[in-house]
Design a protein around this ligand. Structure first.
Ligand SMILES: [Zn+2]
Length: 446
């Protein structure tokens, strides 16, 4: 990727990064942040970006993206998914390994790396823990780690066998990589299509109980206690699992966890008319769980908001609820969905910039940027801070902008968004990837 061909002066924005919140200008030059001061005179040839009233943050980092290439290019490609990412303020995506073929060998790693040259942002890859994600034998993690893979997961499935998971954790610890678990005991989820609860009972649909997730979270936390290995828990959806993560952290265990925008914003009630667009795994839970996730977020239990962007072409969703594929897209709507819900919750007691206090804004930006960057071990390049000499991976968003996502404007190759009738608040207007402007005034400029 050729970087930093132009010079940009970002003026008058509110800078939010791991260093804090302050008003400052930012000069981007030769792919890097060249100056960061209260007021900078425009150098000759610099394009000025007026960021007054806007938040200037590190570019977003998604720990959980399905790019579908190789194998399902009808739904998404690395290129189309990367464009959707830039539209949502992302400068780095961690692509999940559940492709065809599975990303489970050094050969496939080399192959997808070549494909990633088509991306308009930095794509990193997670490798599989077990061959073919079948949960039977471990992959050659060390050889993939030599090629730069830092996180391994069988996402789409959890590693069912506790003994194999223990061995995987020991192996991962030995080579300094992180395992990430999709927590689902298949004997408990048992072919369910939605949350087991009041709505599934009314619909007569087979449900997935909270326990399907909770028992694997419990098991894996104990395996971390046993092995001392680092574990990242993907898309936590229940209040009980969040509580266990909180306790594990208090015990000093090297456990991190993410939550998705859809589990924070939507509940099982959205499935009351059997609409497969809301079918996702783990399922949308009860409102009690949803609010418990917000409570955990407020207490710092979660380390990242991750999209679990899961594109599906029309036919995969245009069927009955029990037949439809699990998953929804999320890169373009992530900030707007989360901030929209947060604004609804804060409606009567808002303070500070964009209705949020500096502390709230910093917490939110951290969940999208420097905290996931650390988990992916890419914080040398992504996630900020916005200081001189760092690569210019920057997102600029309007925290008060109200909008609706429309199907025709979706950049992703798939249109399975659950937010067409939801008010979104907060929109990314500019994205710089390694100093190159990729999104301008909300429009891709590639
Ligand atoms: Zn998953």
């Amino acid at each position: 990727m050729v970087t930093g061909r132009r010079k940009f002066l970002i003026r008058g924005g509110l800078l939010v990064d791991s260093k804090g919140v302050r008003r400052s200008d930012l000069l981007v030059e030769a792919g890097k942040i060249a100056a960061c001061e209260k007021e900078i005179d425009p150098p000759s040839g610099a394009k000025v970006v007026d960021a007054r009233g806007l938040v200037v943050s590190p570019g977003f980092v998604d720990l959980h993206t399905h790019l579908r290439q190789p194998g399902n290019e009808k739904s998404e490609t690395i290129s189309s998914g990367s464009r959707a990412g830039v539209s949502g303020g992302y400068t780095a995506l961690l692509a999940m390994p559940n492709t065809t073929p599975t990303l489970d060998s050094p050969e496939v790693v080399s192959y997808v790396r070549q494909l990633a040259k088509e991306a308009v942002l930095d794509v990193y890859f997670a490798g599989a823990i077990t061959k073919g994600r079948l949960g039977e034998s471990l992959t050659e993690m060390s050889k993939m780690a030599e090629l730069g893979i830092r996180l391994f997961t069988d996402d789409g499935a959890g590693v069912q066998n506790g003994q194999l998971m223990r061995r995987a954790l020991e192996y991962a610890k030995g080579i300094g990589v992180t395992l990430a678990q999709h927590c689902e005991d298949l004997t408990l989820s048992n072919g369910g299509a939605m949350n087991e609860g009041a709505v599934s009972a009314v619909l007569g649909m087979k449900g997935i109980p909270n326990a399907a997730e909770d028992v694997m979270v419990a098991r894996d936390i104990e395996l971390v206690r046993l092995t001392g290995a680092r574990l990242h828990l993907l898309h936590i959806s229940t209040g009980r699992s969040a509580e266990m993560v909180k306790v594990a952290k208090a015990d000093g265990l090297p456990v991190t966890a993410e939550v998705t925008p859809h589990h924070l914003v939507l509940s099982e009630r959205r499935l009351a008319d059997f609409n497969p667009i809301f079918k996702v795994n783990p399922p949308l839970r009860s409102d009690a769980d949803r609010l418990a996730l917000w409570g955990a977020l407020g207490q710092g239990t979660f380390d990242a908001i991750a999209t679990d962007h899961a594109p599906h072409h029309k036919e995969a969703k245009d069927t009955t609820l029990d037949q439809a594929a699990f998953g929804m897209i999320g890169l373009e709507s992530a900030l707007g969905a989360v901030l929209g819900e947060l604004q609804r919750q804060l409606a009567d007691k808002v303070v500070g910039e964009g209705g949020l206090s500096d502390e709230q804004l910093m917490n939110l930006v951290g969940l999208f940027t420097w905290r996931p960057a650390r988990i992916a071990q890419i914080d040398d390049v992504h996630g900020g801070p916005l200081v001189v000499g760092r690569p210019a991976n920057v997102a600029i968003f309007d925290p008060t902008f109200k909008w609706r996502l429309s199907e025709t404007e979706i950049v992703s190759r798939s249109k399975n968004s659950p937010y067409f009738d939801t008010d979104l608040v907060g929109k990314v207007l500019y994205t710089f990837v390694n100093g190159d402007l990729k999104l301008r005034e909300g429009e891709l400029c590639l």
